[in-house]
Design a binder for this molecule. Sequence first.
Ligand code: ZN
Length: 336
Amino acid sequence: MKIFYSSLQKKHVIKKEVYNGKAHPYNDKVGRIDSILKAFKQVGHYEIIVPEILPYDALTTVHDEDYLHFLESSQNLKNDEIICPYVFPCDSRIPRHEPFIPKRAGYYCFDAGTSLMNNTWNAAVASASAAYSAALHTKKTGEATYALCRPPGHHASKNMFGGYCYLNNAAIIAKYLSKSGSVMIVDFDYHHGNGTQSIFYDSSEVFYFSIHAHPLVEYPYFTGFETEIGIDDGVSYNLNVPLMPLSSPNEYFKALLNGINKAFKAMEPDYLILSAGFDIEAGDPIGHFNISIADFQKLGREFRKLNKKTIILQEGGYLVSELGTNVESFLNGFQA
Ligand SMILES: [Zn+2]
């Protein structure tokens, strides 16, 4: 299987995040990339391809241009400057003023846990480029591909960053692939992909199915409920399956396969995009679904059985010591 990844993605380095008023180590560590690359190297048969930078137009199919300009302006930050938004203009009645780094950075952000630095833009574009090159390859050859997307993407909306995400990699390639066939995104990250859902919520262009920890108790708290089924043309093109933390692997697989059945009844896709979040792994610092290395192999096999042109995108997964072996186990199962 071909792997798409650029070392530019390592240039985004944030050390701390704010959680509940306290500083914690940032979960989206550069070591996540190292862990995955090390596992591929140990196995030996993965071909790593450096993606070309994607066309700017591919970004504007999903994201507002003013938001992109704002993200791009983070390149002007000083070398050691980290911007963590902490004021958010949630009241829609107040007049909006031009976003500005750092004081009004909250204009385009929905949480206080995600920061900007001068390499954030280049790393996010490189991550989206990995996804885009993977999609081009799958479209051309029909072969499944994996993009080592870091920063991840599924929390980013058309004009908001958060949840360690800046550009929505899955949505960007879904828009591209939808020109040549029907597209379904299956998001199995531990957290609901609020960004992806919002981008396609009023449209039948792409089917979005997410299985995730219940928003009653887990991030992002405000979306991911079963009642969110889409609006306007998007009604019945959005499917959320929230599970309480510590659901057993058996319960997890049962819910996943039921969800896939339901989604495939609504739409038989030509292309399947997996928002593959490995924070469902046992021992993840921010996920609690207890999926083991053997379960990941089984999960890969289940997706393979669907027999669709598949692009696998890295989303979460924060247990750095195990992440690589879990990703490889999943890809191994997918190829078996
Ligand atoms: Zn996650």
